[in-house]
Design a binder for this molecule. Sequence first.
Ligand SMILES: Nc1nc2c(c(=O)[nH]1)N(C=O)[C@@H](CNc1ccc(C(=O)N[C@@H](CCC(=O)O)C(=O)O)cc1)CN2
Ligand SMILES: Nc1nc2c(ncn2[C@@H]2O[C@H](COP(=O)(O)OP(=O)(O)OP(=O)(O)O)[C@@H](O)[C@H]2O)c(=O)[nH]1
Ligand SMILES: [Mg+2]
Length: 440
Amino acid sequence: MSSRTGLSDTIAAIATAPGSAGVGIVRVSGPQALAVADGLFRGRRVPSRTPGGRFVFGHFVDHAGEVLDEGLCLVFRGPRSFTGEDVAEFQTHGSPAVLAGVLSRALALGARPARPGEFTLRAYLHGRLDLTQAEAVLNLVEAQTDAARRQASLGLSGALRERVGGVARRVTRTLAALQALLDYPEEGVPEEDRAQPLAQAERELQDLVLTAHAGQVATRGARLALIGRPNAGKSSLLNALVGYERSIVTPLPGTTRDYLEAGLELAGVPVTLVDTAGIRETGDQIEAAGVQQALTLAGAADLVLALEDGSAPREALGADLAGAGRVLRVRTKADLPPAWTDPGALDVSTVTGQGLPELREAVRAALLGDAARGEAWLTTERQADAARRALAHIQAAQTLPDDLAGYELEEALRALAELTGQDVQEDVVDAVFRNFCVGK
Ligand SMILES: Nc1nc2c(c(=O)[nH]1)N(C=O)[C@@H](CNc1ccc(C(=O)N[C@@H](CCC(=O)O)C(=O)O)cc1)CN2
Ligand SMILES: Nc1nc2c(ncn2[C@@H]2O[C@H](COP(=O)(O)OP(=O)(O)OP(=O)(O)O)[C@@H](O)[C@H]2O)c(=O)[nH]1
Ligand SMILES: [Mg+2]
């Protein structure tokens, strides 16, 4: 169903996570929210006659008047609520049975089940959040680490919207200058109104586009594949990084056959380390399947750690990592006499721990780059795509004569408006909110 229909419906959902908890919340939003509350809640005050921003203590009752639970009813009056509509919240004991009972009563009284993300969608449709803030709400709900939480909070505060707005203002200023030039060519337009704001907009947008990788890694985490010839020390490195013996290590080449994963947190980023089979030509069918899998995993990873044994003569990997994204070269067994050296590789020993801090730092830099910590980053592919298109139009405008540049600048503004959701196709909005959970 389209995102813009059904705003006159009253929607209801359990807002808290499934399972038992201290407290649980059922949330109802829409024109009938307070009437629904009157029907299922008995307290000292009638919800529909309670001012916004207040809570009432009382009982939740079923159709026969039987008490389901005692708890609180919170009343918000639109537009002063999260959704911008009338909202009633029921804070119950956090039992699945109580929550199901209160929700089904709300549905019987005229609310309909909310679709995924529909409360936040309504906040967006009522202009209380722009699309970057709505996406930040989603990221905040899902944030498992500090870096993810920080970016989501920044986005929710409107910091990304402001960054984009700054670029849009400069483009608009240039567009106005070009228009003036076309209308009154004899008067001319000073550089500070024309080329300068555009060059500044380009720089700002370039900086922003560069945050897209960090932003997506910070919010969704990263996959790191350990790749190398048999015995290179992949499993030993995985164990050293996660801090326990997750993977089997033996002196025999070909120990790891199936791949295995282990999670750790690195610079606030959730990282999945993937240990893989050593790459070599082999007649063993099982091992060969493992080698094939290793190459597939390298291709799908955000970062490949390519390991080579520093204590043995250097041998080519025998496979192409060109298809993989970023690659960090690691020279292992640095505690042993070196058989070769390479300034392009990090020396690491899992026996002495040498090089592990540097490796962690190199991974952090490869994943987050120098995207500044306190600034808002692009956190979704949708945002990154719109920002890149806007940048391409701004760059095109700078190479064109004035009369043609205007068209490119208008396209740039359209892409920026898409980024913030001011001017966006309905199916794009639907796709954003489809990723939410019900109740958010
Ligand atoms: N119980 C509960 N906790 C929650 C939420 C919620 O919906 N319910 N939120 C949902 O995600 C978040 C908070 N977000 C909210 C945002 C705005 C308003 C609100 O009523 N704003 C009004 C009034 C502000 C005021 O009184 O100053 C407004 O902005 O006009 C409420 C919650 C996190 N915690
Ligand atoms: N001296 C020394 N030995 C190491 C180091 N890292 C690994 N080794 C040894 O090298 C051998 C192979 O290590 P693994 O971690 O199993 O190597 P792998 O790359 O996982 O090997 P496969 O699973 O066979 O592909 C083991 O005997 C390890 O103890 C190191 O930093 N220093
Ligand atoms: Mg191994």
